[in-house]
Design a protein around this ligand. Structure first.
Ligand SMILES: Cc1cc2nc3c(=O)[nH]c(=O)nc-3n(C[C@H](O)[C@H](O)[C@H](O)COP(=O)(O)OP(=O)(O)OC[C@H]3O[C@@H](n4cnc5c(N)ncnc54)[C@H](O)[C@@H]3O)c2cc1C
Ligand code: FES
Length: 284
């Protein structure tokens, strides 16, 4: 281990990947009962990141949690996170508001390979908190719309009250250059949209499998059945993309916490093709 001088004030200039840099929350809002949204600005150099990457978010004196960046680098110098309260670190973050400071390490991991997707059709399927990493790619694709063919977004949530980014989804729905479909497993009395699991939305779209990249992120059951639908439509395994969550510590391929079959998910992932995931799963 390299020697690290953990001084949180100096951290902003520290080159070590183990030392968090200081960052300040510029906007925060509660999205659902358990999910909170943050816009963050680094103190010093802005965070340079790519869609699909994640950061280590530190609550000083408590700990660190890996969190996907849900904004796109096309949005400017600030970046965004959506945090679901699960335990110690994420629970503490629920109280964080604009003006508060936290530590940020990273960005870590690989990216959605938008160069390979250039000129091709995109099918982006995000369910639950899986919409957070996919939002980064959606925002990127919408800001660079001319780089892609047809863009289809399919979104699922358990109930309307768990739907993330509602205002933004409404804006995507209004756009004529992107097809956005939303469904909830169970409606409430105000819900006027579709009801049913996200895979049902496949009957509302027409894919050209030879030129489609399917990006699928969500809970394991959703992932399994959505991938089956995409395969049934003829999308090849190497063009189905997902983002894996593993328990992580260092984020830089040193501690081994995230390792599956010698693959360091923090460094070689979290973005993998379904072809790769199938091989990794045999090792779990
Ligand atoms: C690459 C990556 C991206 C992620 N992106 C996001 C995101 O955008 N938003 C978000 O809210 N969360 C995200 N997570 C999950 C988040 O890192 C965990 O929820 C967080 O680390 C829990 O920390 P904690 O201290 O709050 O909980 P703890 O007190 O450490 O744990 C509470 C419980 O949650 C379990 N747990 C802890 N970490 C994980 C995990 N990674 N997967 C499954 N169970 C876990 C523990 O085993 C324990 O049972 C991501 C994780 C990874 C690896
Ligand atoms: S988190 Fe330490 S090696 Fe991946």
């Amino acid at each position: 281990m390299p020697q690290v001088d953990i001084d949180i004030e100096q951290g902003a200039r520290a080159p070590s990947p183990y030392v968090p840099r200081m960052a300040r929350i510029t906007a925060a809002s509660q999205m659902t009962e358990t999910e909170r949204f943050f816009r963050i600005r680094m103190e010093g150099e802005p965070l340079r990141y790519e869609p699909g990457q994640f950061v280590g978010a530190t609550v000083f004196g408590v700990g660190e949690a890996p969190i996907s960046i849900c904004s796109s680098p096309t949005q400017g110098d600030e970046f965004e996170l959506t945090v679901r309260t699960i335990g110690t670190v994420t629970g503490n973050l629920m109280a964080y508001k604009a003006g508060d400071r936290l530590g940020i390490r990273g960005p870590f991991g690989n990216r959605f390979d938008y160069d390979a997707m250039k000129g091709q059709d995109l099918l982006i399927v995000g369910a639950g908190l899986g919409l957070a990493p996919t939002r980064s790619l959606i925002r990127y694709a919408l800001d660079k719309r001319e780089n892609f063919g047809n863009v289809t977004i399919m979104i699922g949530a358990r109930e309307p009250r768990w739907l993330l980014y509602r205002d933004e989804i409404e804006q995507w729905t209004q756009r004529s250059d992107v097809k956005t479909l939303v469904t909830v497993d169970r409606a409430d009395k105000d819900w006027k949209g579709k009801v049913g699991v996200v895979t049902r939305l496949f009957s509302d779209i027409k894919l050209d499998p030879a030129r489609t990249w399917a990006v699928v992120v969500g809970p394991p059951v959703m992932f399994k059945f959505t991938v089956l639908e995409a395969l049934a439509e003829g999308v090849p395994e190497h063009r189905i993309i997902c983002s894996l969550e593993r328990h992580m510590k260092c984020g830089v391929g040193k501690c081994g916490h995230c390792q599956i079959r010698g693959v360091y998910v923090c460094r070689e992932g979290p973005v993998f093709t379904y072809e790769q995931v199938k091989k990794l799963r045999e090792g779990i």
